[in-house]
Design a protein around this ligand. Structure first.
Ligand code: SAM
Length: 332
């Protein structure tokens, strides 16, 4: 039977190639719009792998500060999923040669959010809620410096189970200061679930929502902003990033980013929403939040990507922006 099949393929290569192309197209075009239940988020591993690569930068000024990423993510992920060498040093050399704007953006993003966390913790924040935590290592990296800080890590159950296994393997046990809260933003009531897990809305809080908003429908983005505005103590802050609507439109119309889009869609994690450039202040105001600052690519270069000799590490993607927002005091 195999011999017949091989013979047929040899005789009709065009026909076989056509069918294969059609099957591939249908697989990529199928509207998968969520991480399939039981599957570990692929993009959370990509983000951690990029941080792990950035942490190998020999220059301490541009090095990604996430020194735990390389232990939390499976090193084989580099080769199997990112078509890079399994070793971090040669993989970093290749990424830098490619001039990956996503890689430079991720380095700037880690540094910015770490900076916000240090600042907020020093200013008296008591809780940190990490929404869509993936392999975020801040609860472990900052534990010594801020031992009283209580962390809540919120994520889909399968990704969170994997994370807990990795943390136990790396640290030997799960730290007492971290509460793991399994939540599906699309289905569960975030406020109720967090409250049951011990979140206190009368305590000043920092919410970290890194690399998540663009994987949610617009309604999910709005619901999260509303939740923070309505169920957090005034003075609490939210740090997050968003994809510009302009970039999303280019991806959806096939003008740009097709390889990445196909890879994400295949794993059930397509980009679903974006915010128009220049509208973030009004977008936040609609939920009752105040814009503290928005950080664009050119600001990221100056703040986070200049090396010890004054050289620019690389140019970050202009499709994504960082935002810091605040819950205002109620008007009397
Ligand atoms: C790109 S990863 C970012 C992970 C982490 N914040 C980081 O920057 O490394 C997106 C994260 O959002 C989570 N996520 C996506 N959709 C979700 C949903 N509907 N409910 C809860 N978490 C979700 C995924 O499980 C994943 O951990």
């Amino acid at each position: 039977m195999w011999a017949d099949l091989v013979c047929f393929c040899r005789r009709r290569p065009g026909f076989v190639a056509g069918w294969l192309a059609l099957v591939l197209l249908l697989a990529l075009a199928s509207p998968v719009e969520a991480v399939p239940p039981g599957q570990i988020s692929w993009t959370s591993q990509v983000a951690a792998a990029y941080r792990a690569l950035g942490a190998k930068d020999p220059d301490p000024k541009t090095r990604n500060p996430d020194y735990l990423a390389g232990r939390l993510v499976d090193q084989a992920f580099l080769g199997k999923q990112l078509r890079l060498p399994d070793d971090y040093d040669p993989a970093l050399a290749i990424i830098r040669k490619r001039g990956s704007s996503t890689f430079y953006y991720m380095t700037a993003r880690t540094k910015y959010i770490d900076h916000v966390l240090s600042h907020e913790a020093a200013a008296g924040v008591e809780q940190v809620v990490i929404l869509g935590a993936g392999l975020d290592s801040r609860a472990y990296r900052f534990a010594k410096q801020f031992p009283k800080l209580k962390f809540f890590e919120v994520d889909l159950p399968a990704t969170q189970d994997y994370k807990r296994q990795r943390v136990e393997a790396v640290l030997g046990s799960l730290p007492a200061g971290v509460t793991y809260v399994p939540v599906d933003f699309d289905k569960d009531d975030l406020g109720q679930t967090l409250a049951r897990a011990g979140y206190r809305k009368d305590r000043r809080t920092l919410f970290i929502w890194e690399a998540v908003s663009y994987y949610l429908q617009e309604a999910g983005v709005r619901a999260t902003l509303d939740f923070v505005a309505q169920q957090a103590q005034p003075g609490s802050r939210l740090v997050f990033d968003y994809l510009t609507r302009e970039a999303l439109d280019k991806i959806n119309s096939g003008e740009a980013g097709q390889r990445g889009a196909a890879a994400r869609a295949k794993r059930g994690e397509p980009f679903l929403s974006g915010i128009k450039r220049g509208t973030i202040r009004g977008y936040l105001t609609k939920s009752g939040l105040i814009l503290v600052e928005e950080v664009e690519a050119r600001d990221m270069v100056g703040r986070f990507l200049i090396g010890s000799k004054g050289q620019v590490l690389g140019l970050p993607s202009r499709s994504v922006r960082l935002v810091l927002a605040e819950v205002p005091a109620p008007v009397r």
